[in-house]
Design a protein around this ligand. Structure first.
Ligand code: NAG
Ligand code: NAG
Length: 157
C-alpha cells in the first residue's frame, strides 16, 4: 500500500518546480476593476521589483481565461512613477500575434497562453515604476485582463 504515497510525492515535487517561475503580481489600480490573469511570468523575476538593465527586452507570459468571445485584442502598458504616468510602447500591436496555444477569435471560457515583450529604452534612464500591463477588447473598448508589478531599470546589473 506504499505505492500511492510515492506517486503523490513525485507529483508534488514536479508541480511545485513548475510554479517556481510565476511572478507575484497585483491587480491594476489605474483603471477600474480589471481581472488578473490566472498566472503571469515576467522573465527572471519571481518577487518584484523586477530589476532589468536599460535597453533590455523583457519577456512577459501570461495565462488567462477568455471572459467572452474576443475578436480583436490589443496590449497596452503604462509605467506609474510617484509623479507621472508614462506610456510604454509595445512592439506587438495585435495581441492575437502573441497567443501561442490557439488563434483568434477566442471563445468564452477558453484557456489562453499569451506572450509579449516590453523594451525599456535609454530615454528614461535609471527609473523605478509600477508596470501596468493591459489587454484591451477593441470591439467593446474595455480592458479584460491586467496585472501590476514594480519594475526597476538600472544602468547595469
Ligand atoms: C501557461 O500554461 C501552460 C500549459 O499549462 C504552461 O506550460 C505555461 O507555463 C503557463 N504559462 C504561464 C505564464 O503560467
Ligand atoms: C541603449 O540604447 C541606445 C540606443 O541604441 C544607446 O545609445 C545607449 O547607449 C544604450 N544604453 C545602454 C546602457 O546600453
Amino acid at each position: 500500500m506504499a505505492f500511492p504515497k510515492i506517486v503523490f510525492a513525485v507529483i508534488y515535487v514536479f508541480s511545485s518546480s513548475i510554479s517556481v517561475q510565476a511572478t507575484t503580481v497585483t491587480p491594476c489600480t489605474a483603471v477600474g476593476d480589471i481581472p488578473l490573469p490566472d498566472n503571469v511570468e515576467i522573465e527572471n523575476c519571481v518577487e518584484p521589483p523586477c530589476i532589468f538593465p536599460i535597453n533590455s527586452t523583457i519577456n512577459i507570459a501570461m495565462n488567462f481565461t477568455s471572459p467572452r468571445r474576443l475578436d480583436r485584442i490589443v496590449p497596452q502598458a503604462i509605467g506609474e512613477t510617484s509623479n507621472l504616468v508614462i506610456s510604454l510602447p509595445l512592439e506587438q500591436e495585435d495581441a492575437c500575434d502573441g497567443i501561442v496555444n490557439t488563434e483568434c477569435p477566442l471563445e468564452a471560457g477558453q484557456d489562453v497562453e499569451y506572450k509579449s515583450q516590453l523594451s525599456v529604452s535609454s530615454d528614461f534612464g535609471e527609473i523605478q515604476f509600477a508596470l501596468e500591463f493591459f489587454l484591451l477588447d477593441v470591439d467593446e473598448d474595455s480592458f479584460f485582463e491586467c496585472f501590476r508589478a514594480d519594475m526597476q531599470i538600472v544602468q547595469t546589473y
